[in-house]
Design a protein around this ligand. Structure first.
Ligand code: G3P
Length: 245
């Protein structure tokens, strides 16, 4: 089972910052998940939300700022234990830290309603610009149009399906949508990670990864029911429980 650092070692450092990724590497992570957005001047950056309300306490949108403007905000402000200044990193900077030790990378592209037109082509060009990167990358998105555009641009790219507000009733239609776009992975929330659902997903031919798993009991249950990977904010302790494999 893959132990995937979720937004870096985000239990211990402000999520999606260079500090969180460096710490995840220090903790021995080889699998990483992070969220990709685009600034007004076309720079690919890593941050979870479309705006900085949660992280910096500022009601500004990434899409509306140039990178020079964006990097002035402290996105560690929300992280009580260590709020020393951290800016939204460029994708390039994150990759410098995590690509060398990585075996598997999950670019979650946030593009609801195509708020970043053309981001798919830009991400693909980025993946192809670094030796070995494309091969170990899995691109996911909650936005189905985004997944479709990635597929149109690249038949080889590995895609993962993500569904907003998914429940057991909606699983079969979601599997159909995932299949239609040629996804190989299905990423799903822990709250519906039951044995039967995981079985259905695997029977449909997908690998299944579950978010966000932060305690031992849940992690062991995921392993038991045949999950292929867990996203965790605690890559150190999950790794220690010899769940990898
Ligand atoms: O990519 C897996 C998981 O992180 C998806 O949920 O809300 O963290 O983007 P979210």
């Amino acid at each position: 089972m893959k132990i995937i650092s979720h937004r870096g070692a985000s239990a211990y450092a402000p999520e999606n910052t260079l500090k969180a990724f460096a710490l995840a590497v220090e903790m021995g992570s080889h699998e990483f998940e992070f969220d990709v957005h685009q600034t007004r001047d076309g720079i690919l950056v890593v941050h979870h939300d479309f705006d900085l309300k949660h992280t910096a306490g500022k009601d500004v949108k990434i899409a509306g700022l140039t990178y020079a403007e964006l990097k002035k905000y402290n996105v560690a402000a929300h992280f009580k234990r260590d709020s020393a200044f951290q800016c939204v990193p460029r994708l390039e900077e994150v990759m410098d830290i995590i690509q060398p030790p990585s075996r598997w990378l999950n670019f979650e592209v946030k593009n609801d309603g195509n708020v970043y037109p053309g981001i798919e082509g830009k991400v693909l060009a980025f993946l192809r610009s670094k030796p070995g990167l494309f091969e170990k990358t899995m691109v996911s998105s909650f936005d189905h149009g985004t997944l479709k555009r990635f597929r149109e641009l690249s038949p080889e790219l590995k895609l993962a399906y993500l569904g907003h507000g998914l429940n057991t009733m909606l699983l079969l239609p979601a599997l159909k949508r995932a299949k239609a776009v040629g996804a190989v992975n299905f990423h799903m929330a822990l709250r519906i990670a039951f044995k039967l659902n995981v079985k259905k997903i695997k029977k449909a031919g997908f690998r299944v990864c579950i978010y966000t798993v932060n305690n031992k009991e849940d992690a062991l249950r995921m392993k038991e029911i045949g999950v292929d990977g867990i996203f965790t904010n605690h890559p150190d302790i999950m790794g220690k429980w010899t769940l990898r494999g």
